[in-house]
Write a protein that binds this ligand. Sequence first.
Ligand code: GLN
Length: 537
Amino acid sequence: MAETKYIFVTGGVVSSLGKGIISSSIGKLLQARGYNITIQKFDPYINIDPGTLNPYEHGECYVTEDGLETDLDLGHYERFTGIRTTHANNITTGRIYKNVIEKERRGDYLGKTIQVVPHITDEIKRNIKQLGIKYKFDFVITEIGGTIGDIESAPFLEAIRQFKWENEGNAINIHLTYVPYLSAAKEIKTKPTQSSVKQLQSQGIQPDILVLRTEHHLDDSIRRKVANFCNVAPDAVIQSEDMPSIYQVPVNLQNQGLDEIILKKLGLPVGERPGLGPWRNFLDRREKATEEVHIALVGKYDLQDAYKSILESLAHAGVYNDHKVRTHFINSEQVTADNVATLLSGVQGVVICPGFGQRGIEGKITAARYTREHDIPTFGICLGMQMMVIEFARNVLGYADANSREMDETTRHNVIDIMEEQKAVTHMGGTMRLGAYECDIRKGSRTWEAYGRQEKVFERHRHRYEFNNHYTAQYEQNGMQCVGINPESNLVEIVEIPQLKWYIGTQFHPEYSSTVLRPHPLFMSFVEAAIAGKQPC
Ligand code: GLN
């Protein structure tokens, strides 16, 4: 395609409407037509990236292969489209200002007064354009975080207004709103949508397409009414009803011709509607899977979004194993030696979750001990792997005070230690071991089998501490094998106990790279092992 096309996705009325899912679905539909696409998110907060945010503030922190800590929506982008995102795909207000201030200090602005318009808005536009040009994408879909009317989003909206005007014919705005149903009046209300569009128009942006989020089906008269009030053609008013699975959203939008409307608005040929074959197969298989497998997530954040990628990875693996994965959150702060058997009764697999800090770690260690001693399939991820290692040191190697330096700086048995390059770190933000690193897998190990006998994998990291190689031989002699090693640094990336059914811990986060069409091999194999352990009814 000669010129890159730009799609801006904004949201109105309320937050949490699922702009990320809509943006991902649009990406999927355009990709199915053979276009080279990417999805970018602008977050209107001042943090440089969400890496320092507590998951209670902003859910999971997702990590790109090139090592950026990002918003969890980037996880949706990757899971839907299979494309890999980078540093250029998530930009916050903080980063925009940082770039502008750095340029100002360098003297790039030649004595000018630096202002929101044009300097901040130009920097926003540069970040949108650059992505399309640098990687030669046919489409750049840019999701603007927050809700229309927020003070924080104003510079982004102004940048979109200018961008649309400067790139007429090559840029459109899709506005997502909420249409509530008032049960007392038994009526669907379009007024919030009208107000939201008016607000957008007052900022100089006319939406080209509206996507209405609704819990009830909207009939044509509602769509026509909205179209009429909002200067949008009736066929460009699309509805996005609640679906049993987020992965049904692209199909629902395609049934209403959303991709065709986008192509028409951007002056592109429409052609045949693509079949979405493998995607539909996934949905069919998901639908047909009626048997359940129960997996416990032992973690400290009692909040769905904190473990988003793990939940999705388990769901993907469930579908391809023809099972529904039922996850049970177990708060690690409440796990004790006395109640662990009861808390884990009825589950066929246990994930020991990632995390930071002291809170809840003893519960994770107790869970790791119980599943090791009772041979329940267990998957330890990052901090979860570290807890498996500490548990083994305390109860098998006999080091009762074994710990991680993160939790106890003075421990004599620091089986998890601070990484050498981390010792000098003074700033918390963006300074961990981040992004994808190579890992060599020991031939013949359980992990090697699980990976489909691959001897080299590339997985994403986000941690400061590591397995202490001083203890490697002792672990190996006593039954815990270090089967994944970074070839450059010799860091231990994977441990396993081959005598058990499935007891594997990874220092990296495999959950970041599971996608709908390519479930992650470790999650596949873990779920398979959990299913195999089900008691016959
Ligand atoms: N807190 C641990 C570390 O920094 C583990 C981090 C994680 O689970 N992502 O090494």
